[in-house]
Design a protein around this ligand. Structure first.
Ligand SMILES: *Cc1c(COP(=O)(O)O)cnc(C)c1O
Length: 802
């Protein structure tokens, strides 16, 4: 009988475990001690199914996926694990009996922020869906000692603080020192030929660390399947310290796993990042090979039993590393090794922005990873030979892996894998037609689309229980296992009683958010105002600037014209900027200075408030997105690969105010143009403007008073006493001709916003629209995405339990 078989049993085991572990009466223990013991009890309970899952995979020879990602933005796991295990109510009631509130224990958990944003959160959603669909899918990443920085706002500016997420330990992980792997860097290579003419390598590295795994169970929803997220830590390799070098060695080991790289768009400060990439790739590959050989006699059947997915180019070294292991450690010749690698590995592209496509200086790669670099050279040589032979040698300067003294990681990824996917229809199309068109010509069958998704369990069921209950009351609970069943709501969207009940749920969520804002920022907000939200990384292409310019415009206009008033609105922003991204930081400062001005103007603040919620993270997202009426998805068309925030809002009923970019395109496809507000230039328009070189901000400035006023206000002491406060923003728009077409879309955006207000004023129409959005959101569950990957790329079948 388990510790959770009844409330009474739980209370008894829990109290005993707490007092045994800490050697005190239960009543004398600290709250955090109780949290730790509860977490460990849940983890141990999951351990039973964890074992059964591993055994079932071994016995049935089920194919497994390894999802290699530099980032997993897991957030908190207590609620999700309890819910997925079906233990939530027993634990909640039991804790109550002990005089504890489950919510307080939930808040004690650190938010595991091992990632920057969308890409890392996608990886986390995928793990939840894999387990819930009974697929054997494991995560592979680094156990960063500090998560992405914590953001504070001081004096209107972003300040970065360390995120000490491990300060109370991590209840979900199990340390597995017996599975340690050596990872080698730098040094010298000697090649020699043996009696049979075969090449051999002798490698003398100059830096060796032990990669030690920490495993976390990933629990599926109401199923036995329990997968593994493996996080690698770097430890000292006692026998590998060069004499006289101890303290440098210790520092180098520590540095490897100190930080999440805080920049999701460029790769500066390079060397350590490259070391991190190789570190978790090498460790992960070695573990895969070892566990494969524990079950199968050779590596010949690796592609039939293992699929490896590369989440962006950060883990692309998987390709040469797997080649290295096959050839150097297991004696494969090039061609059979290459065949195994290509059939095992698949690559997901996440960006088309040139500056974000990863490249490494050849010298740096050669020095740090001499053997891996040799293999990359050979891959490049053979690839060039291949295209030469197809009579397409003219493409070499475009598609080469090694060129301009750099290693082009996306090119290596495409050449070395059997599948390349984009993350939304429009993004995949841009890859095929534009950014990677030469490759698409060479390998037409290799490119495919997998539109992103989010786990509807975390983002709807668990973070918005009020809405989940209403949906269950209306259409039953079948949508939990099968989110497409949300469409059953469609027959009810005109029901005035459902509409009213829905508006009540939305109001409850708005109250919860308003209370958080009051408690943390001491700002009072109007629950009955329109909640208009933009929460995502701060980036020029995401155009937070367009949003704040609209707010500045409304303020200036209301000040000038006492007859112009808007329907009350609260504008929420939440966004971290990469610490070295000066323009993004200046935009944060602008938002906060505008907020200060607006909120403290008694005449205006009755109609609008601006709230910047610090430290955007999964936990903040969980209370912010489901309170939204309007979801701001306003990136420059062609720049946002997919977006996943847009899907979380939609699932909770918000109206998408967006450009035709990323998955917004598919959101409108689902709900129709009546149930989303789409504005702005299309990709084709923007390509045209670029091609003809015909965009000129000064024309707009001279001919449009709204634009002129807003731009002038940056420099005329409206928001700051220092006229140079927003110099970078001004220069970027007016002297560098507004790369992201903020001003080009400004009028269209103001108009779209006025339409949003009109729609909101018709309460029944608004409620209907929100219900339609929820009803059509099933497509954006990551369960659908994972099924597509499993069937079309990985060839996975469910784990059979007997
Ligand atoms: C969903 C999510 C993102 C991605 O948001 P986009 O709007 O798609 O950029 C980033 N950060 C967190 C914490 C998230 O939950």
């Amino acid at each position: 009988m388990s510790n959770f078989s009844s409330k009474e049993k739980f209370v008894e085991s829990f109290k005993l475990a707490v007092s045994e572990q800490y050697g005190r009466d239960f009543e004398d223990t600290y709250p955090v001690e109780r949290y730790v013991v509860l977490g460990e009890m849940i983890r141990d309970y999951a351990g039973i199914h964890w074992k059964e899952t591993k055994n079932a995979i071994k016995k049935s020879h089920t194919k497994q996926l390894y999802y290699f990602s530099m980032e997993f933005l897991m957030g908190r796991l207590l609620t999700s694990n309890l819910m997925n295990l079906g233990l939530y109510d027993v634990v909640k009631d039991g804790l109550e009996e002990c005089g504890l509130s489950i919510n307080e224990l939930e808040e004690m958990e650190s938010d595991a922020g091992l990632g920057n944003g969308g890409l890392g959160r996608l990886a986390a959603c995928f793990l939840d869906s894999l387990a819930s669909l009974d697929l054997a899918g494991n995560g592979n990443c680094i156990r960063y000692r500090y998560g992405l920085f914590k953001q504070k706002i001081e004096n209107f500016r972003q300040v970065e603080l360390p995120d000490c997420w491990l300060k109370n330990g991590n209840v979900w992980e199990i340390w597995k020192p017996q599975h340690a792997v050596q990872v080698k860097f730098g040094g010298k290579i000697d090649a020699y030929m043996d009696y049979n003419g075969k090449f051999h390598m002798e490698y003398a590295p100059d830096f060796v660390v032990r990669a030690v795994p920490y495993d976390e169970p990933i629990v599926g929803y109401h199923t036995k399947t329990t997968n593994t997220l493996r996080l690698w830590d770097a430890e000292v390799d006692e026998d590998s310290v060069q004499s006289g070098n101890l303290s440098k060695y210790l520092n180098d080991v520590l540095a490897l796993t100190t930080n999440v790289y805080p920049d999701d768009s460029t790769t500066d400060g390079k060397k350590l990042r490259l070391k991190q990439e190789y570190f978790f790739v090498c460790a992960g590959i070695n573990q895969i090979i070892e566990s494969h050989l524990r079950v199968y006699p050779s590596l010949d059947n690796l592609p039939e039993k293992v699929a490896i997915q590369l989440n962006d180019t950060h883990p692309v070294l998987v390709i040469p590393e797997l080649m290295r292991v096959l050839m150097d450690d297991y004696n494969y010749d090039w061609d059979p090794a290459w065949d195994i690698v290509r059939r095992t590995v698949a690559y997901t592209n996440h960006t088309v922005m040139a500056e974000a496509l990863e490249k490494w200086p050849q010298d740096m790669m050669r020095e740090l990873l001499p053997r891996v670099y040799m293999i990359i050279e050979e891959i490049d040589r053979r690839f060039r030979y291949e295209i030469e032979h197809q009579g397409k040698g003219y493409l070499a300067s475009q598609v080469g892996i090694l060129k301009d003294n750099q290693v082009h990681m996306a090119h290596l990824a495409i050449v070395g894998s059997h599948s390349v996917n984009g993350v939304a229809k429009i993004h995949t199309q841009i890859l095929i037609d534009d950014v990677m068109s030469a490759f698409a010509g060479l390998y037409p069958g290799r490119f495919n689309n997998k539109t992103n998704g989010v786990t509807h369990r975390r983002w709807l069921l668990y973070s918005n229980p009020q809405l989940a209950r209403l949906i269950e009351d209306t259409i039953g609970d079948g949508f939990i296992k099968d989110p497409e069943q949300l469409t059953r709501l469609m027959v009810h969207v005109d029901d005035p009683r459902l509409q009213e009940r829905f508006m009540q749920v939305k109001r409850e969520r708005k109250e919860i958010l308003a209370k958080y804002v009051k408690d943390t920022l001491n700002i009072d907000i109007d629950i009955d105002s329109i909640f208009d939200c933009q929460a995502k990384r701060l980036h020029a292409y995401k155009r937070q600037l367009l949003n704040i310019f609209h707010i500045m415009h409304l303020y200036l206009r209301m000040k000038k014209d006492p007859n112009f008033r808007i329907y009350p609105r609260t504008f929420f922003f939440s966004a971290k900027a990469a610490p070295s991204y000066a323009l993004a930081k200046e935009i944060i400062k602008l938002i906060n200075m505008v907020a200060d001005k607006v909120n403290n103007d008694p005449e205006i603040s009755r109609f609008m408030k601006v709230v910047f919620i610090p430290n955007y993270s999964v936990s903040v997202a969980e209370i912010l997105l489901n309170a939204a009426d309007v979801s701001e998805q306003i990136s420059t068309a062609g720049k946002e690969a997919s977006g996943t925030g847009n899907m979380k809002y939609m699932m909770n009923g918000a109206l998408t105010l967006g450009t035709l970019d990323g998955a917004n395109v598919e959101i409108v496809e689902q709900v129709g143009y009546d149930n989303a507000e789409i504005f702005g230039l299309h990709v084709e328009d923007i390509n045209e403007l670029r091609k003809e070189n015909s965009y000129n901000v000064w024309n707009l400035y001279n001919n449009n008073a709204n634009i002129r006023e807003v731009i002038e206000s940056l420099k005329n002491n409206t928001w700051s006493n220092d006229p140079n406060e927003f110099q970078q923003i001004y220069n970027d728009l007016m002297l560098r001709n507004d790369e992201f077409f903020v001003l080009a879309d400004f009028e269209a955006y103001i108009y779209a916003q006025s339409l949003v207000q009109q729609m909101y004023e018709d309460r029944s129409r608004w409620a209907r629209m929100m219900l339609v959005n929820i009803a059509k959101s099933g497509y954006f569950s990551s369960d659908r995405t994972i099924r597509e990957y499993a069937n079309e790329i990985w060839g996975l079948t469910p784990i059979p339990f007997d």
